[in-house]
Write a protein that binds this ligand. Structure first.
Ligand code: PMT
Length: 405
């Protein structure tokens, strides 16, 4: 049976974004029910939400007087997860104080599932110590909170108080609902390109967008791992909860990776690290007339090879290889030379694979010699399959330790 999410909508202007959240959840196969306050109906209609969910919307405690009013109990009983988006100062205060005087607060009082609260209000209301205290109280009671974002507010202020975008809330819901099969792992992921400066305005780089590495870190956090992402200049935003360390050059990436490596249990290196850097970086912009047609390069350290040399028994290392010719042979050589547990090989000359697209076509090369060719699929799906293999390697290693002890 598909999971069921209950969405509570209270009366703030951000309610206009909630139908999009509903649609995203419905599209991902989640059964969705909505309960809303009278104030919320000033911003968005029950008809819109009923149409999107395919379920009646609850808002009136006393609507059908000929029917015993236990709707709130069955809604609460059947929810696997609940969210209030937007959550106004008023609704936060009521729930924190145990007040149940309308359909939404009554249903939420009867819930036994995890609840996510997405505060959205004017910045001064949000900073009000009473609201802050109520939020702390909810957090202490086990409610999940999503920080409001900064930006333009309907009241004219440009500050924090905006409800996060529906995509981010949906992502958070998925991550809070999903299985936590990677709990206990600390996964270090690298993503994106590096930039190797020639002078303050020019640099050498490549076409990596960071999508593959960020998909891995997002799926890993959703599956309960602690995640550190060391990334060059990327064009995608990692999910909440990912510790994101921004770097620019290969040398910076190496240093930050080494800082984290000792604590990591798994390393997945999806970054496209520049193999070379200009030997000299000018501090001033080089004038056209002073330029020579030759750039002298110095080799960058191979971070992955270094990790392969110093890795502990209990650490799992997964490398990537982006190839365009002798793909399989080069991949097998990299797996062996860099002492990897697994290599994700992508033939980046194929349409739909590799750099700056939402899909990838990969082949997994295992240390054991086994190989698995995958069809074209989304980078999220590739990320999940890589993490599945990490799980399998961990379980096998644990089994081996137990049987040899
Ligand atoms: O970011 P996207 O737009 O989503 O694109 C995804 C991707 C194509 C960048 C990704 O799928 C990928 O293939 N990443 C590895 C790209 C690469 O640099 O491949 P390589 O064959 O040159 O390097 C092999 C491995 O060594 C990689 O894990 C790389 O991170 C690592 N390496 C390479 C050079 C170096 N100096 N240090 C390294 O650690």
């Amino acid at each position: 049976m598909s999971p069921s999410v209950l969405i509570g909508i209270s009366g703030g202007i951000a309610a206009y974004k909630t139908p999009l959240l509903v649609r995203l959840l419905v599209q991902s196969g989640i059964q969705t029910h909505v309960v809303m306050t009278d104030a919320a109906m000033n911003f968005v209609t029950p008809l819109t939400l009923a149409t999107l969910t395919g379920n009646p919307v609850c808002h009136d405690m006393w609507g059908e007087r000929d029917r015993p009013s236990v709707e709130h109990i069955s809604l609460a009983d059947n929810a696997d997860f609940a969210v209030i988006a937007p959550a106004t100062a008023n609704i936060i205060g009521k729930i924190a104080c145990g007040i149940a005087d309308d359909m939404l607060t009554t249903v939420f009082m009867a819930l036994r599932c995890p609840v996510l609260v997405c505060p959205s209000m004017n910045v001064n209301m949000f900073r009000n110590p009473i609201v802050q205290e109520n939020l702390k109280k909810l957090e202490g009671l086990g409610y999940h909170l999503m920080e409001p974002e900064s930006g333009y507010l309907a009241c004219g202020w440009n500050a924090e108080g905006r409800m996060p975008e529906p995509e981010k809330i949906a992502q958070k819901i998925h991550s809070l609902m999903g299985p936590k099969d990677l709990a206990g792992e600390h996964i270090l992921v690298t993503a994106g390109p590096t930039e190797e400066p020639l002078d303050p305005v020019r640099f050498i780089t490549n076409r990596s967008s960071g999508k593959m590495g960020v998909a891995i870190s997002d799926r890993a956090i959703a599956r309960g791992a602690k995640v550190t992402l060391v990334a060059g200049p990327i064009r995608v935003q990692p999910a909440c909860g990912v510790r994101h360390i921004s770097v620019r050059t290969a040398l910076e990436m190496r240093d930050r990776v080494m800082d984290v490596f000792r604590d990591a249990t798994v390393v997945i290196k999806a970054a496209a690290v520049s193999d070379f850097r200009p030997t000299v970086t000018e501090t001033e912009k080089v004038k056209k007339e002073e330029m020579t047609p030759t750039i002298v390069l110095t080799k960058n350290p191979d971070i992955l090879a270094e990790l392969g040399r110093i890795k502990r028994e209990d650490q799992i290392i997964v490398g990537f290889a982006a190839e365009t010719q002798d793909v399989l042979q080069n991949g097998r050589t990299k797996l062996r030379k860099k002492n990897l547990d697994m290599l994700v090989l992508n033939d980046v000359s194929k349409p739909g694979a590799g750099f700056d697209c939402d899909t990838n076509i990969v082949r997994f090369l295992h240390r054991s010699g086994d190989e698995e060719q995958m069809e074209i699929m989304s980078k999220d799906k590739v990320a999940d399959l890589i993490l599945d293999r990490v799980r399998t390697m961990r379980t096998a290693a644990q089994y081996q330790r137990n049987t040899s002890a």
